[in-house]
Ligand binder design. Structure first.
Ligand code: AMP
Length: 296
């Protein structure tokens, strides 16, 4: 697959999902879609609501400019993201149905998440109720168990990468830093606040990096700020390495939630609570909606 170098319109199409015919192997082009309202703007382009003309299927069409991708040297990263995300099928992972491109742009055909960004919801509420936080954490744990089973590590779990589906269910939307691996990795990636000690220190890491990030996320859901936040990067770095974890008195958070977070934010990656055990933790069992759907 050659995303940025070819000039002819190209495709990768899971036609069973969008156009209804599993056997069909035709190429996507912009003409296959009616373009609707803009849904948002990203670093490399825009996202539009769109309807595939044959099936009437509503999707989100992400339009990325090749020149910007090349300039920022993220072509390889995008290629990996597309390859990984297009093969994942899970209720809490945003579907990537296919892609195509022309001379100037790359188009990603994505599942539409009508309720938008989780990040904005968190900003609006400041912090979530334990029921809401536990429902989201359990959903993400299930999605990550699925990914890890396919040897995919996400490596960049944070509120900005999560969208909300039509039923209020969480969807992991961004696989830009994910990696398909059978080996231990050493790459430095992601946003500092969510990185575990072994990635900050650039030592080997494995799927347990996602347990750490989920612990950071759980804390942020309940307190409204990530646990190792500091004014200076160097202080965040130090706090992560020392696992300088503090639970402020406000907002009031149950000791069961704090216990779960403390079992995920453990420096020794082999000692972090495995995700299947997380699903059995009393805080999750007592608070998470079994359906994974949170309705306010
Ligand atoms: P991104 O380039 O992925 O950061 O997307 C930019 C913005 O478009 C996001 O912040 C969302 O508000 C919106 N957006 C992206 N993908 C979708 C989607 N699949 N469904 C709904 N909105 C989306």
């Amino acid at each position: 697959m050659a995303i940025a170098t070819e000039t002819q319109p190209q495709q990768h199409k899971d036609s069973s999902e969008v156009s209804g015919s599993a056997a069909e192997q035709r190429r996507w082009t912009l003409n296959d879609f009616d373009i609707g309202k803009p849904l948002g703007r990203g670093k490399f382009g825009h996202v539009y609501l769109a309807r595939e003309k044959t099936s009437n299927h509503i999707v989100a069409l992400k339009v990325l400019f090749k020149s910007q991708l090349q300039q920022s040297q993220v072509v390889h990263q995008l290629r990996r993201e597309v390859e990984i995300q297009s093969h994942l099928r899970h209720p809490h992972i945003l579907r990537l149905y296919g892609y195509f491109y022309d001379q100037k742009r790359v188009y990603l055909i994505l599942e539409y998440a009508p309720k938008g960004e989780l990040y904005k919801e968190l900003q609006k509420c400041k912090y979530f109720s334990e029921r809401r936080a536990a429902t989201y954490v359990a959903s993400l744990a299930r999605a990550l168990i699925y990914c890890h089973g396919k040897h995919v590590i996400h490596r960049d779990i944070k509120p900005e990468n999560l969208l909300i589906g039509s039923q209020g269910e969480l969807k992991i939307a961004d696989f830009g830093w994910s990696v398909h691996t059978f080996n231990r990795r050493r790459t430095m990636c992601g946003t500092l606040d969510y990185l575990p000690p072994e990635m900050v220190e650039s030592v080997e890491h494995d799927a347990s990096v996602d347990i750490w990030s989920l612990g950071v996320l759980c804390y942020e859901f309940l307190y409204g700020v990530p646990p190792f936040e500091a004014k200076e990067h160097s202080d965040t770095y130090r706090r992560i390495i020392q696992v300088d974890l503090k639970f402020p008195p406000k907002p009031i958070v149950s000791s069961a939630a704090k216990d779960l977070i403390s079992q995920m934010l453990v420096k020794d990656s082999s000692q972090r609570l495995p995700l299947h055990k997380l699903l059995e933790h009393p805080w999750i069992v007592q608070n998470a909606e079994p359906s994974g759907v949170y309705r306010s």
